[in-house]
Design a protein around this ligand. Structure first.
Ligand SMILES: Nc1ncnc2c1ncn2[C@@H]1O[C@H](COP(=O)(O)OP(=O)(O)OP(=O)(O)O)[C@@H](O)[C@H]1O
Ligand SMILES: [Mg+2]
Length: 722
């Protein structure tokens, strides 16, 4: 059976229609137009029938056709039945303006080059609509109209679910939760790095990736990964990708972006071109099929590809009829390689064995449908746990951290959609200045989820970096409750004291890593020292560490050390910033190894301050932890803690004031007095003076400096000659 093609023409233009019909019929299509209608048939009925079957329309563009409205009505009727139907405009006479009717802009100029125009129309038809509707029995024999209608609904539903930025589990205020933020307005084009796969051992390969990703303020191990590139470019080149990344690094959003891009493209939506980064994607009409691994049951994971597809279509809320119709279309598309298969969150298949079997299914899909491009995403830890890699020519990539310009771009667009017009510019400028002001915030916000968290909490936090402890608290909270739909969140009452205890132990030992057995020993010890904390006993230490790594990514395994022939895993905090913040919280909450309950916080800080480096605080974990502690501790303790710091490290006490803690006037005076006494001071002292001149204590500082100079007597100051 041949596919119908409708030629829409005005009454009186039958001759032109015949001219257009000849080459189209010769290409194997069943051409329908006014002149082909048999005696006794109604034109309207025949045309309606063709339109209902999803026939593409060739518009015979004459002045008469455009003037009488018949061509318009036919095109509108076709679009009403099938919004995606293609209209091919043929300008038979000069000066007819067809573009608005075709939407896709597919207009050929018959009046200028008849043969070229007809050739182009036939070629386009062959490209978009195969002439034969014959492909055998079963669902494929369903009328094309039903299949197209089902696909259309599938696409609409998918677009609706993909084209949003999901703020679930993030600290969004009510104003934003009710406002739907579209992905197209906020998507930040992420870059990826190609990971080289030297050696057959998947464990080593993934360990190297983990090591590179935990910067911890240290130099990165020598690169075995490539320069950052757009993922679209990798898809164009490799066709099959495994994208690995941390929690919140943007894997799901990346797949949603790809799906949105191809869905907009398929419906020739002009906003397609406005989607950030879209030009890097393969220039093809692909139908995205997004499989969320978290939704799959055992029947799909251990089943056949068709089981997975059925499941996806069912979850898309298609009816049984639509599913059958859609499967037929998908079968053809899969053969032709015009489906883009997006598999999100391999790690969300709970059992590592089942995860590995699903990877085999993905390899089989590639073997049986070699033309289909496939993108799979997974957290690194979940991928590593399987003990295997997806082979068969899948290229492995990691998502690159966001760089400065990318963050700025995101924050500007964020403010454009979340702030009223009069505040947009100011709010964006403030956010951008804030994230670049300290290395610690810069490091944290390389992750899109934490950058979004910062944008969300900025209003309630106020000034950064002064109030950065509040930002870190929000970040830890987000990570603990992230992805609550997949894993039960870990209770903060269970996790926070243990994280604080570990962080303190690391800072105390001057390290950023511990071996797994050291971590487990510490957690056992905490269970003995803090028996009253019932929440921390919910999991045994090994389970707790595994859960934390899998669910939150706050702690990560970053390699191994060899001891007595065994490989012992090394564990560290994903960001040194977390280690510092949690150390400060350990001090304030009193959760650290060997705590003497009789020792007051101020005395303890005084002891610690004596161990702090004299240099800048940028490289010194303890200086940062003490500063954070001063902003976090109870206001009753602030003055005593500051005095303890002042006694051991006056410069650090002055740095503590930069964070504008709740310090009383006497202690502030003592600190500023000590600072002024250090005049003219070294570079570090002068830097703190300049920084303090921008705080609430600027006037007090000037007073102390002037007082100091005057107290040194006239001999030490040059006289001011009026
Ligand atoms: N490219 C991006 N542009 C804008 N915002 C993004 C982008 N990527 C991520 N985000 C923000 O970060 C949040 C987390 O991203 P996403 O869910 O994609 O992470 P993920 O890597 O899939 O995490 P998980 O490992 O938990 O599945 C998103 O809900 C969104 O708010
Ligand atoms: Mg995800």
């Amino acid at each position: 059976m041949s596919r119908p093609v409708l030629i829409a023409h005005a009454t009186g233009d039958e001759e032109f229609a015949q001219l257009l019909a000849a080459p189209i019929a010769a290409a194997g299509y069943d051409v329908v137009h006014g002149g082909t209608v048999l005696v006794g048939e109604s034109v309207v009925e025949v045309v309606s029938h063709a339109l209902a079957a999803g026939a593409p329309v060739v518009l015979c563009g004459t002045i008469r056709a455009m003037g009488t409205g018949w061509a318009w009505r036919t095109v509108m009727a076709a679009r009403g039945l099938h919004p995606q139907v293609r209209i091919y405009g043929v300008a038979v006479e000069q000066d007819v303006y067809l573009s608005p009717l075709t939407l896709d802009g597919e207009v050929t100029e018959y009046w200028r080059d008849p043969a070229g125009a007809l050739g182009a129309v036939v070629a386009a038809l062959l490209r978009h609509y195969p002439p034969s509707l014959e492909p055998g029995p079963g669902p494929a024999a369903l009328p094309a109209g039903r299949r197209e209608a089902a696909e259309q609904r599938f696409r609409d539903l998918l677009l609706r679910s993909c084209d949003i930025i999901d703020l679930a589990n993030l600290p969004a205020d009510r104003r934003l939760v009710t406002q739907e933020l579209t992905l197209r307005s906020l998507f930040l084009p992420l870059n990826v790095r190609v990971e080289s796969e030297a050696g057959p051992d998947p464990e080593r390969f993934l360990e190297a990736i983990e090591q590179r990703r935990v910067t911890g303020g240290r130099a990165l191990p020598a690169g075995e990964s490539g320069d950052p590139e757009p993922p679209g470019a990798r898809l164009r080149e490799s066709r099959r990708l495994v994208v690995l990344g941390d929690p919140g690094s943007g894997k799901t959003t990346l797949l949603r972006w790809m799906a949105t891009a191809y869905l907009l493209r398929l419906r020739r939506d002009p906003s397609w071109g406005l989607l950030p980064g879209v030009a890097t994607l393969p220039d093809e009409d692909l139908l995205p099929v997004l499989v969320r691994c978290r939704d799959l049951g055992a029947a799909q994971v251990d089943g056949a590809f068709d089981d997975v597809l059925r499941h996806v279509l069912r979850r898309a809320e298609l009816t049984a009829d639509e599913i059958e119709a859609m499967r037929a279309g998908l079968a053809e598309r899969l053969e032709a390689g015009t489906v883009l298969l997006l598999i999100d969150g391999l790690d969300e298949i709970g059992d590592p064995g089942a995860r590995a079997r699903f990877c085999q299914l993905l390899e089989r899909i590639h073997l049986t449908r070699p033309l289909v491009p496939i993108v799979v995403t997974s957290r690194i830890v979940g991928y590593r746990e399987m003990g295997r890699r997806i082979g068969r020519g899948f290229e492995h990539l990691t998502i690159a951290e966001l760089d400065g310009p990318a963050k700025d771009d995101f924050l500007r667009r964020w403010c454009a959609v979340t702030e009223p017009p009069d505040r947009r510019q100011g709010a964006a400028d403030e956010l951008i200045t804030d994230i670049h002001r300290t290395d610690r915030i810069e490091r944290l916000t390389g992750n899109p989820m934490l950058l979004t968290t910062l944008a969300l909490v900025k209003r309630s936090i106020g000034r950064l970096p002064d109030h950065r402890a509040d930002l870190y608290a929000a970040a830890v909270k987000v990570l603990l409750s992230w992805r609550a739909e997949v894993d039960a969140p870990i209770s903060p009452r269970e996790a926070e004291p243990q994280l604080q205890y570990l962080a303190y132990a690391m800072s105390d030992g001057g390290v950023q890593q511990l071996t797994e057995d050291e971590v487990l020993d510490l957690l056992e010890r905490m269970r003995i020292e803090y028996r009253q904390l019932r929440a921390i006993g919910q999991h045994d230490p090994a389970d707790f560490v595994r859960l934390l790594e899998q669910r939150t990514g706050i702690l990560v395994e970053t390699g191994h050390v060899r001891r007595a022939g065994d490989l012992i895993p090394l564990i560290e905090f994903r960001h040194l910033t977390f280690q510092e913040y949690l150390t400060a919280q350990a001090l304030v909450q009193g959760y650290f190894p060997g705590r003497d309950q009789a020792e007051d916080l101020a005395v303890h800080i005084g002891r610690l301050t004596a161990r702090v480096d004299a240099g800048t605080d940028a490289a010194d974990t303890w200086q940062e932890a003490i500063r954070l502690c001063v902003t976090l501790c109870h206001s009753d303790d602030v003055d005593r803690v500051l005095r303890a710091v002042l006694g051991a490290h006056p410069l650090l006490a002055a740095r503590c004031l930069l964070d504008e803690p709740d310090a009383g006037p006497d202690v502030v005076a003592a600190i500023l007095g000590a600072l002024a006494a250090a005049l003219p001071g070294d570079d570090a002292t002068v830097a703190v003076m300049f920084a303090l001149a921008r705080t609430a204590w600027a006037a007090d500082l000037v007073e102390h400096m002037v007082g100091e100079l005057r107290s040194r007597g006239p001999g030490r100051c040059r006289r001011w000659a009026p």
